[in-house]
Design a protein around this ligand. Structure first.
Ligand code: NAP
Ligand code: MG
Length: 488
């Protein structure tokens, strides 16, 4: 596939961030090079913003909120649709940019970083029109829902456009303004989105993008206390800190954190389909996926067969240039991330696990590539059985029957997602209800085209939900007006 530039390519100034409806190149700021993880070449340069600039962004968003919160619902719904249209017009350019920044194969970048967020925007346009903004309760009081205020959005690098839009769409629908601090590794798609909001005429200050280091500008934004909601997606460690600051400031925190999701296969399931589907799902985006099913839990007497099948699938990946449509796995996002993953593999081996395949980086002299790994003989309670790797590593574990499988599946501090497999509808339905996780996927069901099912974690996988009506609730305040002389 050739990625011809779109006719009217979106342009935004290099080394600038988007604040108060303007592209600004802060004089005092440092610079950060965005690296293509496949080629190690520079894709773009963005400013590393200071703490002062963070405060400016919050002030701009406070002004933006004054304007945006007073718009009517139809204006906001139409704006979301206009943004979706703009993304579609620039589909190839945005997909190529996301692929170059993340290293994800172009086909996946188009599907996950353009088409999916477009559907999320459209779903929120629809939800905004149907949402109970102003209704009467049983006592005759008016229950008015309105935008909570300035939103601080902090996002990671793995599915960046989707993660940003999952916050931006409901926030804008509610009438909130947003300051976004995108991941340092993948800021360009965020600036691209800002350029699109400029193109569609979103008022100044409603969407601001401040690039830079989480520990500096992210921390300054967090400590600014000039926001009413912080919506964070990222690691458990940083999420814990965000939640603590939010708790002290008495602002709402939505936390989408990590996962160690199980795929539970009962003895009556079609093992081959279950294993093949799980491996492919686990290795999407080179395994850098918070809801990846990274623990394949199969009947003990079928572990050997499962490992053999999983190995075959793992070895069938076409690993290489993400811009090539034939590529099915790209590199990891950074050298650091690859080192973390190889560290987990080495650690598992030291704890007695067997690496059936993968974990090899020697084939490449540039780019942060790694062959996907299938690991067996993983001891219960070991690091690989419990901790998130965030890379292409699947642990295969054996269970002694349904009860044991449930215990194993729930034996983690995370609870983001899960898969259950059985040929018996009643059994699989009951099993789904026993898994302590925010999502359960039955027998390999795919993600629905309509992205409104809530996404989020039980236990330490987070607080709150994204997508659908629950995702909108996160950005809404509720006011009861007693004795309201309602004029219909
Ligand atoms: P991370 O290190 O927690 O970073 C996430 C974001 O927080 C980045 O923008 C980061 O900025 C920023 N940040 C770091 N320190 C900060 C601070 N002190 N104050 C404010 N912001 C700060 O996570 P990551 O390494 O980018 O992403 C991987 C993790 O995200 C994994 O654990 C994964 O499971 C999780 N994740 C969860 C979901 C979900 O929906 N549940 C989805 C995807 C990923 P810098 O980039 O500049 O460090
Ligand atoms: Mg990080």
């Amino acid at each position: 596939m050739t990625l011809a530039p779109t006719v009217d390519a979106v342009e935004f100034p290099a080394e600038a961030l988007y604040l108060d409806g303007q592209w600004q190149t802060p004089a005092e700021a440092g610079r950060f090079e965005v690296i293509n993880p496949a080629t190690e070449e520079v894709v773009g340069v963005v400013p590393v913003a200071s703490a002062d600039l963070a405060r400016e962004a919050i002030a701009a968003a406070a002004r933006g909120f004054e304007t945006w919160s007073r718009t009517d619902v139809e204006t906001r719904a139409a704006t979301l649709e206009a943004l979706a249209d703009a993304m579609e017009r620039h589909r190839l350019q945005l997909g190529a940019l996301a692929s170059a920044e993340i290293g994800t194969p172009i086909r996946d970048a188009l599907a996950g970083q353009v088409d999916l967020p477009v559907r999320v925007l459209r779903s929120y346009a629809q939800l905004a029109r149907e949402y109970p903004w102003d209704v009467r309760d049983a006592a005759g009081s008016s229950i008015v829902r309105e935008g909570a205020g300035v939103v601080l959005a902090i996002t990671p690098w793995n599915f960046p456009v989707h993660q940003i839009v999952s916050k931006l769409a409901p926030a804008l629908a509610a009438g909130c303004s947003v300051v976004l601090k995108p991941a340092e590794l993948t800021p360009l798609n965020a600036l691209f989105l800002a350029a699109l909001t400029e193109q569609i005429g979103l008022p100044p200050g409603v969407f601001n993008v401040v690039t830079g280091k989480g520990s500096v500008v992210g921390e300054a934004l967090l400590q600014s206390r000039g926001y009413e909601v912080v919506s964070f997606t990222g690691s458990l460690g940083v999420g814990r800190h965000v939640g603590a600051v939010a708790g002290d400031a008495i602002v709402r925190a939505t936390l989408e954190l990590g996962g160690k999701s199980p795929a539970v296969v009962l003895e009556d399931a079609d093992l081959e389909t279950a294993v093949r589907t799980t491996v492919r799902n686990c290795f999407v985006n080179a395994g850098q996926k918070c809801n990846a099913p990274t623990r394949l839990i199969v009947p003990r007497d079928r572990v050997g067969e499962a490992v053999e099948l999983a190995t075959e699938v793992a070895e069938s990946y076409v690993i290489g240039d993400p811009s090539d449509e034939r590529t099915t796995m790209g590199p990891l996002v950074s050298a650091e991330q690859r080192d973390i993953v190889t560290g987990f593999i080495a650690g598992a081996r030291a704890e007695g696990a067997t690496i059936a395949t993968g974990g090899d980086r020697s084939r490449w002299d540039r780019g942060f590539f790694l062959t996907p790994a299938i690991v067996t003989d993983v001891a219960r309670g070991s690091v690989l059985a419990r901790e998130e790797v965030f890379g292409p590593v699947l642990a295969v574990l054996g269970h002694e029957g349904e009860e044991d499988a449930v215990a194993l599946a729930n034996d983690t501090e995370y609870g983001l997602s899960s898969e259950v497999w059985s040929a018996d509808p009643a059994r699989v339905a009951a099993l789904a209800r026993r898994i302590r996780a925010g999502q359960v996927r039955v027998n390999g069901v795919r993600t629905p085209a309509l992205p409104v099912s809530p996404f989020g974690g039980y236990k330490r996988s987070g607080l709150g939900r994204e997508l659908g009506e629950l995702g909108l609730d996160e950005f809404v305040e509720v006011k009861a007006i007693l004795g309201d002389p309602v004029v219909e």
